[in-house]
Design a binder for this molecule. Structure first.
Ligand code: HEC
Length: 121
């Protein structure tokens, strides 16, 4: 009888420590940086934006600082620029059209828009 209890006890301890370890692994996985942490600045430097935009100089498109000066940082402007980044278009800064970025995720476009608008000093 005693031995049965002992085996049961050991099994129980082994089982609980195993699940706890599993839990820790899951927890750590959640905490490691994933795509979610990549902010607008990282995205912007990885994409084709650099070919037409610069931080403080007009290239084919307006500089990010000029854009930030034109639009105050608020929800309405973030949404407007999120759309513009995804759909492209022309007529605001001149006749040259901005390229569309249809494959860009909306959340990513939004973090780019937020990043640009937060550049204003
Ligand atoms: C082919 C060149 C080109 C590329 C590539 C490009 N842009 Fe533009 N961008 C422009 C032009 C030109 C304008 C001005 C459009 C206008 O006058 O409406 C512009 C305007 C903008 C604006 C201001 C929009 C407005 O309505 O005021 C933002 C924000 C912007 N671009 C962000 C980006 C981002 C972010 C990327 C990369 C994902 C990007 N652009 C890639 C050419 C480009």
């Amino acid at each position: 009888m005693k031995i049965t209890y002992l085996i049961l006890g050991v099994t129980l301890i082994a089982l609980t420590s195993f699940t706890r370890e599993n839990f820790n692994v899951n927890y750590e996985k959640k905490m490691t940086p994933t795509e979610q942490t990549s902010d607008g600045e990282k995205l912007i430097s990885k994409m084709d934006c650099v070919g037409c935009h610069k931080l403080d100089k007009k290239l084919i498109g307006p500089s990010y600082l000029d854009i930030a000066k034109k639009y105050p940082l608020n929800e309405k402007n973030i949404n407007y620029l999120t759309n513009k980044i995804m759909k492209g278009g022309s007529g605001v800064w001149g006749n040259i059209p901005m390229a569309a970025h249809a494959s860009l995720k909306k959340d990513d476009a939004k973090s780019i828009a937020k990043y640009i608008l937060s550049l204003k000093k």
